[in-house]
Design a protein. Structure first.
Length: 744
């Protein structure tokens, strides 16, 4: 009885799979009652496929086990002993049958080759091999005649054994490569498995990552799709060529490894990456995940070993399972790409296709007045406290500054904190929006920057794309460091540079490998997403990572004060936010540091900035605000140091007024002497904040696992000191309905 699936069973499984694909691709409801992000859709599709695969495989195994059970029962029932024949009778019968067919039959005696015993007395060699028996007699006679010493006998035995071993190795190698399958069959299996593996890691992964980070990318799909396909095609041909020229068991071994890795990467992306939590750009402390990494690696080994087990049990079932898994994964991911095709193929608007928010002018200040806002990402009050423990006088260089030690921010993450500070737009007023739609609503209104520009100020906004804003077109006329690269001949066609394109593909694939690799190996592939998004213009495009070269720029280029009009600079730096690569001196460190060390490094950069302001003689005419866009955790303040115009020579002062990020824009406008009706301008400057005019502050945690929305939020009310736990009251938890009247 055959151990493989019947034609009818294979047909049923194929029809079920085909029906599932047709339902997903064709039967779309006419009316959608909820919005699901394309990236999320691909995960849902893949989870559903995984369930179908599991059910299909389980069904196949059950059928196989039943058939094997009935086969064993049939063999036992039909054996000679079950028919009343004893074991002895059965043996005698077989012996008589053999003698009838071979009248010269003799029970095989064996001889140990090289023995001094005569072959007719020794054991270890088959007598029917007359030629070999003759050789043994000659060896025996020769040994007796020459009376060879024991050493020569050993040499002769070793030579004969070596000859036999060589013959055995050749036989084993021939057995290892023995294969009854045709070249076409092996070619088909190789093509299917290698195509599915390459498609998953080098095409589907990079394209989905590109789509998920579409707002941050300075290029379109057409800029890299063809080179990506060519490189992937080359890798596919190499893997296929390697597999197809193997035969027999070697072919099965390597194909099992490839198929196992394929299924393991798929399972990893679906089920195990969530163990790391939300990836925010921080360097991950992989030592904290050692136990999880070990269990994750064991799952990988089990998946790969599963293919070897199936191959050992039933080669036909192994063929079917390998083809089924590879085909399903390709089909599912093709459907996933189809579901995100609109976002994937959408080109940047023509009015911003060549726009780049650069780091140009970052060292250029005004002869008249300057307002400089340093947004030090994640400047938590606890980090400041720890710096003071290490160096009690560390902040004494902030002459004429006031430290506000009870400062907080409305939102506890960069998005939407920075956008709220600049625009006053509250995300809780429309939770059903997407991140991109929120940015459009926030920036498509009169802003305080517009009033500064109208008043003759040169405004430079050094923001982090994707976190602080979405479309560079929203900053036109507002940021003087926004440059149209199409007007610069030196940069024409940069996106077509072969080397740059290959670097882009390399980084996209590396991010894809980070996604698909087991947890224990992810550290090898970790990288900042800005290394991809800003690639083509990485020498001039601004990101918060500029912090790592800031000190070098200050020391080499230095500040200048040649601009005639007053200057407003809003500078978003990475701060003590991960990755922690800044040293105490403000330069990149040789090893990974920590938030406290980076806090010291950031302030040493600012101290050098202040020293150069004094050298240029413009310190008195410069207003400086140093603050964080959010704190590290609930119950912690966000650092705030403020210096108005003037130079009174006083030391750092402390103020415990209940300030927040709503006071930043009013302070800037107050110092600039500009009036504004912008939403973000409604509030008090820092010096005017009191407990009486600010009785309540809010802390809102936004759930942003899916950038397409809708959002979910947790709202806490702060009725006293930020660091006093008694001041905090949870008003709305995640998943609860929001009543906007709580803010009245």
């Amino acid at each position: 009885m055959s151990d493989s699936l019947t034609k009818r069973e294979r047909r049923i499984i194929s029809l079920l799979l085909m029906l599932w694909v047709i339902l997903l691709t064709l039967f779309v409801p006419e009316r959608a009652y909820a919005y699901i992000d394309p990236a999320t859709t691909t995960y849902l599709i893949q989870i559903a496929t995984a369930l179908i695969i599991t059910l299909g495989v389980s069904f196949t195994i059950v059928l196989y086990r039943f058939r094997m059970l009935f086969t064993k029962l049939w063999v036992k029932l039909s054996s000679p002993r079950k028919r009343g024949i004893s074991k002895r009778t059965e043996t005698d019968t077989r012996t008589n049958d053999m003698k009838e067919h071979d009248l010269t039959y003799r029970a095989p005696d064996f001889v140990i080759e090289g023995s001094l015993e005569s072959p007719d007395k020794a054991y270890g060699f088959a007598y029917e091999d007359g030629e070999r028996l003759s050789e043994l007699y000659q060896a025996y006679v020769s040994i007796r005649k020459q009376q060879l010493d024991e050493g020569k006998v050993v040499q002769m035995v070793s030579a004969m054994a070596s000859s036999r071993n060589e013959d055995t190795l050749k036989g084993r190698w021939a057995e290892l490569l023995a294969d009854t399958r045709s070249f076409k069959v092996r070619l088909g299996l190789s093509v299917l498995v290698s195509a599915s593996l390459v498609f998953t890691v080098m095409i589907f992964g990079p394209l989905e990552i590109f789509t998920a980070s579409r707002n941050e990318m300075l290029f379109d799909l057409k800029d890299f799709l063809m080179p990506l396909l060519l490189v992937s095609g080359g890798v596919f041909l190499l893997i296929t060529a390697f597999l197809v020229f193997l035969r027999g068991r070697l072919f099965n071994i390597f194909l099992s490894i490839c198929a196992g890795l394929l299924l393991a990467t798929y399972v990893q992306a679906l089920f195990f990456n969530g163990m790391l939590g939300t990836l925010t750009g921080d360097l991950v402390n992989w030592q904290d995940y050692s136990v999880i990494a070990l269990s994750n690696l064991l799952v990988w080994l089990a998946i790969v070993a599963g293919f070897f087990v199936i191959n050992f049990i039933n080669i036909k079932a192994w063929h079917f399972f390998t083809v089924f898994i590879s085909s399903v994964i390709i089909v599912v991911q093709l459907v996933g790409l189809f579901s995100i095709s609109d976002a994937l193929t959408r080109e940047r608007p023509s009015n911003e296709r060549d726009l780049v928010l650069t780091n140009e002018g970052i060292m250029e200040l005004s002869k008249q007045k300057n307002i400089v806002v340093f947004i030090v990402d994640l400047l938590d009050g606890s980090f400041i406290d720890e710096v003071r423990v290490l160096e009690p006088d560390f902040f004494e260089e902030l002459v004429n500054f006031t430290e506000y030690d009870d400062n907080t921010t409305r939102y506890v993450r960069t998005f939407p904190s920075v956008a709220y500070t600049l625009t006053g737009q509250r995300i809780e007023e429309n939770l059903n929006t997407s991140q991109e739609e929120f940015f459009i609503q926030a920036y498509n209104q009169p802003l305080f920057v517009d009033d500064l520009v109208s008043a003759g100020w040169n405004t430079k906004l050094y923001l982090s794309e994707g976190y602080d804003f979405s479309s560079k077109a929203l900053l036109q006329g507002r940021a003087s460091n926004l440059v149209d690269m199409a007007k610069r001949k030196s940069y024409e066609g940069d996106t077509q540079d072969i080397q740059a394109t290959l670097n882009l593909i390399k980084r996209l694939v590396k991010l894809s490998l980070y996604r698909y690799a087991p947890i224990g190996f992810k550290a090898v592939f970790w990288m900042s997403s800005s290394e991809v998004s800003q690639l083509f213009f990485e020498d001039i495009a601004f990101t918060s990572d500029y912090q790592v070269i800031f000190m070098e720029e200050l020391k080499t280029t230095g500040l200048t004060a040649d601009i005639d009009e007053p200057v407003f600079i809003y500078l978003h730096l990475n701060g003590p936010h991960g990755p922690h690569i800044l040293g105490v001196d403000g330069y990149p460190a040789d090893a990974v540091t920590d938030p406290v060390t980076e806090t010291q490094g950031c302030f040493n950069i600012i101290y050098e900035y202040i020293r150069q302001l004094k050298d240029l003689g413009i310190y008195e005419e410069t207003c400086i605000i140093i603050t964080g866009d959010h704190s590290n955790s609930q119950g912690q303040t966000a650092g705030l140091f403020y210096k108005p115009f003037g130079d009174e020579g006083r030391s750092l002062q402390l103020n415990s007024a209940p300030t927040s990020d709503t006071n930043l824009v009013p302070t800037v406008l107050d110092q600039a002497g500009v009036r504004s009706n912008a939403l973000a301008a409604q509030g008090y400057p820092y010096p005017l904040v009191t407990t009486e005019n600010t009785p309540v502050r809010w802390s809102i945690a936004v759930q942003v696992d899916d950038i397409a929305g809708p959002f979910d939020i947790r709202i806490s009310k702060i009725s006293g000191k930020v660091r006093d736990s008694e001041s905090w009251q949870l008003i709305k938890d995640l998943g609860e309905e929001l009543d906007l009247t709580i803010f009245d």
